[in-house]
Design a protein around this ligand. Sequence first.
Ligand code: UDP
Length: 490
Amino acid sequence: MEITNQHAALLCSPGMGHIIPVLELGKRLVTHQNFTVTIFVVPLHTSKAESELLDASAFPHSLDIIKLPSPDISGLVEPDAVVVTRLTEMMRQVRPTFRAALHDMINFRHRCPTMLIVDLFGTESLPIAEEFGIPKYVYIASNAWFLSVMIYSPTLDEQVKGKFVDLKDPLEIPGCRKLFPELDIVDALLDWSNQQYDEHMLMGRGIPKGDGILINIWEELEPKSLAALRDENFLGRFVKVPIFPIGPLMRPNVSSIPRGDVFDWLDKQPNETVIYVSFGSGGALSYEQMVELAWGLEMSQQRFVWVIRPPIISSANETFFTAGNHNGEDDNLTKYLPKGFMGRTKDIGFVIPLWAPQVDVLAHPSVGGFLTHCGWNSTLESITNGVPMIAWPLYAEQRLNATLLTEELGVAVRSKIPPWKNVVKREEIEEMVRKIMEGEEGFALRDRAKNLKFSGAKALEQGGSSYDALSLFTKHANMFVQFANGVDPS
Ligand code: UDP
């Protein structure tokens, strides 16, 4: 273990999907690199799940959480602004409070950070590190395809005339497969007339301004894309700083937690026979799609655990995102399911309202498939348990992840018509569920998922690529500390 006096200040964007990987990075820096860590969180709203996650008693001694007040952005964005626009504006407006909190930490607690790490939406805070004379890093809690798309977006912006959404030909992004804009690319890129497009470009230009980039994958997962990002003839032209693949970082499953009904039920099912259905911290379906999904599951006659949310009003744009507010109604959600569904599926299905202990569910031996919205945390949680997927992307970078999982890594199937465009019909859902749970193709997907599980675990072990990358990151940061202290790092 590297002995350091590093104290990392981590600035975390709102939302469970951001908080979870930042917390895991913080814990790993404490436990594996002897860091002190202070995480600055901007809560979106206080859900029970978020409060539990941020419960300080669950963290190592050297890890502190500071909650910054959520800035009021009501007059700054259009009322119907999409989530990317809202999050970037929140992170922009939080900068003075964050700066003041750093000063307070130094003045009153005599704890001086030696580096700043921001996540995707925090790149506009990188100059704050310069004010404090400390190095700055960007943490991409996603994959190398996503990083490549972000970095290459400003170039595409210059090259492409008109809107990406209207392009018929695929885009060639170094290190990625050819990507069809509408099917495979992050939705923020599709239409330059929406403010989220400009925010996306700002982030794309901001990421390489860090002194290094941490990314939540491991070297062996996407070697070609990482090579392109480091090659000066390709994306290395834009990224002059080192990239440290330090993943897969995700919450450990906690077998000691109080075991609720779902685990009692899972305990009774044979190994690898249950498909888990969930759309991340904020995803929800239209009513029509919920009904089709219910029928598809029932018709497949496969066992399932389904996390249900109230349906969204319309499937236009980003209304698939519910902002993860799970404090509302929770006991009456089955009213949205087809009449008699609960009774007919009582022996094969288990429905959970709003929020499930996902990591533990996916780690349960009975679970053998995951119908997922393809958020990167959920994806890693599936892969690291060797569970194949049905890719059901809804918003943000999920369609890019879905293409990575189906076309490149070969651990998922997906519907012929993208779920964000049209309602996927029950027959196709039945077919996909059967395919991954019992078909020949499913066995092949499962095999590949298990191979990735082992390669990810190996990467984190001592001597593994991610273990070494984290040590290299610490050495990189130590050079700055030595330099600041007048020691010649060479
Ligand atoms: N999650 C959970 N229970 C749920 C839904 C989500 O524990 O019912 C967790 C999930 O395990 C993952 C995170 O919330 O760690 C969602 O992150 P992801 O990147 O998959 O998607 P996002 O919510 O950011 O779209």
